[in-house]
Design a binder for this molecule. Structure first.
Ligand code: PMP
Length: 365
């Protein structure tokens, strides 16, 4: 009955125990938060039921698509803005400038609106009109500029830097080399994972763009495990990276947007030494996992999330039954649907054959 359900839910909230008798988690129901920025983080840690049952492990995904801007990058956006405020670089009515083609810009645009700052975004002009429109809808000033390499002074990152230098009361947030990005994950993502698993996490894996997530979470988990768990050899912070000369001696490109970086950013920096290993997930496996997450788990996820899930599954299989493996569900499939579920795009990318026959029904665009 309704009354029983409501009473049970109330009891479960009172005890702050998730989930309640109906499997409804209460981790987002934390009381009133202050404004949009208060709603960033504290995302649920979802047990991926199908994969967990199949591997005999607890394979858990951090639901970053539930952040207000729809991605993991809200955390970094909040922290780089907070850092600029604390250093006195950004005062009331100031301007935040960033070079970004994706989620960071969306996160920054949200955070800036809620705090009353102007937001200026530089991006390569190869990006979709949809992305430009969305950023403009969120109040950002957008400059699509020619897509040239990082060593060219006209690269979008350098243009963003110069734009900030020309203005008073403005900051270039520089997500790649500004370690306030990593700090977001040391202070929020890492501790959340630790608390949600009650300290039982054997392995963590995620792909890197700026490296902020991987470095921050790794640094936090390695620190607390040395204190509380001892045997840190159980923990394998695996490195999932499609384009990496130094660590993997592999090069190439990926269909996965938002990850892959050809240099060691300051955010990753010396934290590379804390990593125990690296894993390589093919585009075929990532795209298959996009369809499997949808069909088996009911989760509509972007390709980087599903690359992470595929890596977590592989880690679970390698570690064997009884282990807990955590990964990041970075964003949803909404922004990529016209590619990920399009027959034409899959054919162009030679990935049509990677979709299992029984899942072809999801290729609807
Ligand atoms: N997945 C998606 C969808 C992203 O947008 C990003 C950030 N570009 C990442 C993963 C990687 O996160 P990070 O920058 O913390 O390495």
């Amino acid at each position: 009955t309704f009354t029983t359900t409501a009473r049970r839910a109330a009891q479960s909230v009172a005890e702050m125990e998730a989930p309640n008798a109906y499997g409804i988690g209460v981790s987002k129901a934390q009381g009133v938060v202050k404004g949009l920025t208060g709603a960033i983080g504290n995302t649920p840690l979802i047990r991926l039921n199908h994969i967990s049952d199949a591997t005999g492990c607890e394979v858990l995904g951090k639901a970053e698509f539930m952040n207000p801007g729809g991605s993991i990058k809200d955390r970094a956006a909040l922290f780089v803005v907070k850092d600029a405020e604390e250093k006195g670089l950004l005062k009331t009515g100031g301007t935040v400038v960033e070079g970004t083609a994706g989620n960071t810009g969306i996160g920054l645009a949200h955070v800036c609106r809620s705090k009353g700052y102007k937001c200026v975004i530089y991006m390569p002009n190869t990006q979709s009109q949809g992305k430009i429109d969305l950023l403009r809808l969120l109040g950002a000033e957008v400059y699509p500029v020619p897509a040239v390499a990082f060593d060219n002074p006209e690269n979008y990152n350098h243009q963003a830097k110069r734009h900030a230098e020309r203005l008073e009361n403005a900051v270039w947030t520089n997500q790649f080399d500004n370690i306030a990005n990593r700090q977001a994950h040391i202070e929020t993502t890492g501790p959340e994972i630790w608390a949600q698993t009650k300290g039982k996490v054997d392995a963590f894996t995620c792909a890197t763009g700026t490296g902020g997530t991987l470095a921050g979470v790794t640094r936090y988990l390695k620190t607390v495990s040395d204190v509380f768990l001892g045997g840190s050899s159980w923990k394998r912070a695996a490195f999932v990276y499609p384009v990496w000369g130094k660590l993997t001696e592999r090069a190439g490109s990926s269909i996965t947007e938002g990850i892959g970086q050809g240099r060691v950013t300051d955010n990753l920096g010396q934290d590379i030494d804390l990593l125990d290993g690296s894993m390589h997930i093919s585009d075929e496996k990532s795209i298959e996992q996009v369809y499997r997450c949808l069909d088996e788990e009911g989760l509509y996820l972007g390709a980087s999330s599903c690359l992470n899930v595929a890596a977590a599954k592989e880690l679970a299989e390698n570690l064997g039954k009884g282990h807990t493996v955590v990964t990041m569900l970075c964003d949803g499939a909404y922004r990529y649907a016209d590619r990920l579920f399009s027959k034409k795009w899959l054919t162009e990318k030679k990935l049509l054959g990677a979709i299992p026959k029984h899942l072809e029904k999801y290729i609807v665009l």
